[in-house]
Ligand binder design. Structure first.
Ligand code: ATP
Ligand code: FE2
Length: 326
């Protein structure tokens, strides 16, 4: 089976082609970038997706050296995400399915971030740290679902970094630039540390970091302190999930998993506990079509059928029955 996966939940429109033996044949995307100082306007991102969708799907086929006739299944991200953006992905998937007479399957975006990480890292039953723009969750599979052990009580970690970046004059996405600036400092400025039980809260820390910046602290030092604080919180909760579940493997996935400092902290924690640590490859950390294609294959092969294709803007990771895992 060869599956075309379409991703469109937020800023990125992606197309990926994956075979049922787990080979990624192509993975292409185009990202909507809002004007400097602005956040994503859903209608603008959706207009971007509409503009690029056919061309991205074409280019995915071309890179894979395939024609549309070679594709036997089309998968799309049905949620969570921004409704106008999700609808563009659904439209593109339905169009492709109809033109080629093949089935269409809707998949959960968050689960796709987890499954693509498992594909590449060969992790079998890990504690998952899923860190992206809109999401921050510590999860683990138990009794048919990925169960949430801890999560953000306000915004996702990526959005926290982007929010800080927007006010500090850094373009979108701010994560990579904050990482670069943080490397130029070793001065830790005290910031609030907010872990409550297994849950986390980020927005107060961003406000305080911006206040430090206004009071004259150097941008590099604030970026360094922000990363150290936020990533220590994530590492603490992940460590406790390892301890509660008795599992011996951790994977990190989602856009923020591209960050080397976060990986380093998690790796150190895992080494000290005798657990294995793996990170999703950088190319597949952010939103991409390949992760949707691979999850589509897993879902379809386990008997899932999407009878009435639709969008589910608020579907949580732990709402989904994961039929392909026992
Ligand atoms: P989701 O829908 O899964 O919540 P998303 O749609 O926002 O996520 P992703 O591509 O998974 O998209 O993640 C994007 C986020 O990753 C952005 O907030 C961006 O700043 C952050 N990011 C990207 N690279 C880095 C990095 N090197 N360090 C920290 N953050 C990063
Ligand atoms: Fe994502």
């Amino acid at each position: 089976m060869i599956c075309l996966g379409i991703e469109s939940t937020a800023h990125t429109f992606g197309a990926g082609i994956v075979s049922s033996d787990g080979k990624v044949l192509s993975n292409v995307s185009d990202t909507y970038v809002p004007p400097k100082g602005w956040g994503i306007k859903p209608a603008d991102a959706a207009a971007h997706h509409e503009r690029v969708s056919s061309q991205i799907v074409e280019s995915g086929l071309l890179k894979a050296g395939l024609s549309s006739k070679d594709i036997s299944l089309v998968a799309y991200s049905h949620g969570p995400g921004l409704p106008p953006c999700l609808r563009k992905g659904l439209d593109a998937a339905l169009r492709f399915s109809k033109e080629n007479g093949i089935p269409v399957v809707g998949v959960n975006h968050c689960i796709a971030h987890i499954e693509i990480a498992k594909l590449f890292t060969k992790a079998r039953d890990p504690v998952v740290l899923y860190v992206s723009g809109g999401n921050t969750q510590v999860l683990s599979f138990s009794e048919g679902r990925y169960r949430t052990f801890g999560e953000t009580m306000d915004i996702g970690i990526g959005n926290a970094l982007d929010k800080f970046g927007r006010s500090a004059g850094i373009g979108f996405p701010a994560g990579p630039e904050i990482e670069r600036l943080a490397r130029e400092s070793r001065k830790y400025i005290e910031l609030p540390y907010t872990v409550k039980g297994m849950d986390l809260s980020f927005s107060g820390i961003v406000t305080e970091a911006l206040r430090k910046l206004k009071s004259g602290e150097k941008l590099e030092d604030v970026c360094f302190s922000l990363q150290e604080t936020l990533f220590a919180m994530l590492t603490e909760v992940t460590e406790r999930a390892l301890s509660h579940t008795g599992k011996d493997e951790v994977i990190v996935t989602g856009g923020v998993a591209a960050n080397s400092r976060l990986r380093e902290m998690l790796e150190t924690m895992c080494r000290e506990r005798g657990a294995r640590f793996h990170s999703v490859p950088k190319e597949f950390s952010g939103d991409n079509g390949a992760m949707i294609a691979w999850t589509g294959i897993l879902s379809y092969s386990s008997g899932n059928r999407t009878v009435k294709p639709d969008i589910y803007p608020n579907e949580r990771t732990d709402d989904v029955d994961v039929l392909w895992l026992k």
